[in-house]
Every structure is written in C-alpha cells, then in structure tokens.
Write a protein that binds this ligand. Structure first.
Ligand code: GUN
Length: 294
C-alpha cells in the first residue's frame, strides 16, 4: 500500500483534548454545556451513532439529555419535545438524529429547532449564514472533513475538490464550505451525483476526492488520479456471515485498490466518523458560550 492513512480517530482525539481543557475552564466558572440527543425509532445504525455521541458527551464533560421515542411517534409529539427542549436552559444544543420515520416531516422538525441550539447546522437560517460566510453552526460532517484535511496537511486551498454526492447532510453543505473565500477553503469544487454523466472524467481531475454517495466501494482505482487525496464518507453495512455481528462496515471507496494509487486516504471506520462526533461536541460548547454571552 502506498497511500498514507488519514487518521480521523487521532485527529478527533487531539480536538477532544482541546475541548476537555476548554470545558474544564468553563466548569470552574460554573458553566456546563448540555446536549439533548433525540432518537426516534430503532434503526440500528442511527442507534449506534447516537450512542457514540452520548458516550463522547460523558467523556468530555458535556451534560447529555438522551431521549428515545418509539418508531410510531407522531410529528406533533416530536415537535412538542423539541419545544420543551427549546425552553430548557440546561440544553444548549438539540440533536434530532436523521433520518426520521416516514410519518414525520423532517424539515418541519428541523425548522422547529431554535437557530441558536441547532448544533447540526441544518436549520435554514444556519444554511443561509453558511452560504454567505457569516458565523453559524456548520454541519458536523462537512466541518469535520474540512478540519480533517487541514489538520492532516492537505488543505483544500487552491485545490480541485470533487465531491461525489449531493446530500443535505454532506455533499451540498461541504461544497458551500469549501468554495468560501476563507482560510482552509478557497477550493475549486465540482459536485457530482447519481445523474452525472461520465463521472470518472470528473473524479480523475480531483486533487481531493470526497466520496459521499452511500454505495459500498463505489469509487474504484481507475476513477482516481495518481497521488490524489481521497476522503471516504461512506458508512455501509455489508453482510458478512463470518463476523459475529453479521456485517462489516465498508466505505464508498474500494480501499485496497485505491490505497495503492492515492497519496493519502481516510479509512472506514476511523476516518470521517470520529470527526463528525467531535464537531458536534464543538458546536455544543459554542452554543453554550453563545447562550451565556461568553
Ligand atoms: N444522520 C446522519 N448524519 C447525521 C448528522 O450529522 N446529524 C443528524 N442529526 N443526523 C444524521
């Protein structure tokens, strides 16, 4: 293997240490950040993500308020909970794990989260602020990818960045962040998606390729440029009867083959995932400081 591994776990741990120090100082002054985590239904992947977020809260000194609602919860019931959390002064950030069950309109729920507690950065006001480069909560996965690139020495500045995937959680906001006229951005960004023609022609031009399409091992070695930087955002469960849990996690990149050609690659797991979680923690601390005018 030729590629250097971009170790998201290690970099997230550095940020974790920084946050712990900051939270300790706030604690001495009598301030404790609080995050409400809301999971509706029993999707195993969502359940695992929320548990990891809650565990990280405990580890770094953020007070966690965990809510588990049944898969039959109505939109009104969820909106009522969000409204209660809105008025709870111990709760500085509200995270409603997506996707939500079909009977609930996701956007209605996102719109109900107050802008200053929207630590996911999904509220339309935070979207708007992000687009015009105003201070806001940046969505955690895109912010984590930017931080991962910068801290691993592969700044997107002046680079051709090709994003495969246009989701509201990753591709779309990431493109907005990386084209900003701002330090750690200033990239030339192409966004490809399921309807893109001749996809490989685009991906082969990437200095930095970001795979966020949600298809296991979709990016193959022939689709990338020699010595490019590859960030794999995919987390796909693929059946694996030989494993005790019955599945294995694979990214959107064919790791083995791509790692022989790329200059650097982020693994799955241990790449973008830990960065998403730590960015959520950072946003929560930011929300608490804003709420207290610190
Ligand atoms: N589902 C997948 N990623 C995310 C995320 O970053 N936040 C929320 N709320 N749900 C998600």
């Amino acid at each position: 293997m030729k590629a250097k591994i971009i170790d998201g776990k290690l970099i997230a741990n550095q940020i974790k240490t920084e946050l712990i120090q900051e939270i300790e100082k706030l604690e001495i002054r009598g301030f404790t950040p609080g995050l409400a985590t809301v999971l509706v239904g029993e999707d195993p992947a969502s359940n695992a993500y929320v548990r990891m977020k809650e565990k990280m809260c405990d580890e770094i000194g953020i007070q966690n308020f965990g809510y588990r609602l049944s898969g039959n919860t109505t939109e009104n019931e969820l909106l009522k909970l969000v409204d209660d959390l809105k008025n709870d002064h111990k709760v500085h950030g509200i995270l409603v794990q997506l996707p939500l069950p079909k009977q609930i309109n996701e956007q209605n729920v996102i719109n109900a989260i107050p802008v200053f507690k929207d630590v996911d950065g999904f509220h339309p006001t935070n979207w708007g602020k992000m687009m015009i480069g105003e201070e806001s909560f940046l969505p955690c996965t895109p912010a984590g990818i930017q931080e991962l690139l910068i801290r691993s020495g592969y700044s997107p500045e002046n680079k051709n960045v090709v994003i495969v995937g246009r989701s509201k959680i990753v591709g779309l906001p990431l493109a907005n962040i990386l084209i900003q006229k701002a330090p750690g951005a200033n990239a030339t960004v192409t966004v490809c998606h399921s309807k893109t023609q001749n996809l490989a022609e685009h991906t082969k031009r990437a200095d930095i390729l970001i795979a966020a399409i949600g298809i296991p091992e979709f990016i193959t070695a022939d689709m990338i440029a020699e010595n490019s930087i590859v960030i794999d955002v995919g987390v796909n469960r693929v059946e694996a009867p030989e494993k005790k849990r019955g599945y294995r996690l694979v990214g959107d990149v064919n790791f083995e083959a791509v790692a022989k050609k790329a200059k650097a690659i982020s693994p799955v797991p241990g790449g973008v995932g830990p960065m998403t979680i730590i960015m959520l923690m950072r946003n929560t601390v930011k929300a608490m400081k804003m709420a207290n005018k610190l």
